[in-house]
Design a protein around this ligand. Sequence first.
Ligand code: CTP
Ligand code: MG
Length: 230
Amino acid sequence: MKAQLVLPAAGQGLRLGAGQPKALASLGGRALLIHTLSRFAPLGLVRTAVILAPAGHTETYEALLGEFFPGHACTVLEGGAERQASVERGIAALEGETDIVVIHDAARPFPPEQAVREAMEAANGEYDGATVALPCADTILVGDTEQLLRHTPERRYMWACQTPQVFPVAVIRAAHERARTEGFQATDDASLVQRMGGRVKLVHGSPLNFKVTSAADLALAEAVYGNALA
Ligand code: CTP
Ligand code: MG
C-alpha cells in the first residue's frame, strides 16, 4: 500500500487575524505548518507530501520545508479560493502508483498517531474512506435563520468532524469531480464521498486534535505543546 499526504495550508487565517497565512503562525517559535507535518514523520508521510499554499507564499513554504525537512521531496502547490479547490489540486498531483491519500488540515497540529493509522487501515480495507472524528459530548441544537431551535438530533449519532480523512485515490478524485460538476461545496472531503454513496468509517479522534481557528485556539495549542500534552 502506498500512501501520500495532502496538506491543505492555503487558507488566509482570517479568523486568527494575524495578517499572515495561519500555517505560518508561530507555535513555540516554529510555524504551525512544521508542527503539523512533523506529526506525519513516524508514518513516513513527509517525504512525498503535497502541500497547498496561498498565492504568493509558495516560496516561503518551500524555504521552511527545506530548513526543517532537508532532503525531503515535498511538493508545494498554489491552492484554490476554497479549501475544496485546494484539496482538488492536491489530489490531482499525487504520484501515479499511490493507493491511498491522507488529507489533513495544516491547522490541526496534534493529530493522534493511532487514529491516523486506524483511518489508513480502514481506507485501505473494506471502506471507501475514513475520517477521524470526535463523538459529541454536547447535545447538538439545529437552529434556523431566526436563531430558533428547529431540531435536536440524537446525541449518540453526533460526531464532530476532524482530519485526517483517508481515501483510495480513485474514490476521492471521483467524489471531487462530481461535487465540482454539481456545484456542491463542503468544508471536508468525507462528505463528498458519502454523498455519492460511499461508505466512510468514523474513527475515534481526540479533543487535542482541535483546529486552530481563533487566537484562543492558538493560545491553547501553545499550552498543549509547551506542556507536551500531545
Ligand atoms: N485551506 C486551504 N485553502 C483554502 C482555504 C483553507 O488549503 N482556500 C486550508 C487551511 O489552510 C486550513 C484548512 O484548510 O489548514 C482548514 O481551513 P480553515 O480553518 O478555515 O483555515 P483558513 O481558511 O486559513 O481560516 P479562515 O477561514 O479563518 O480564513
Ligand atoms: Mg477558511
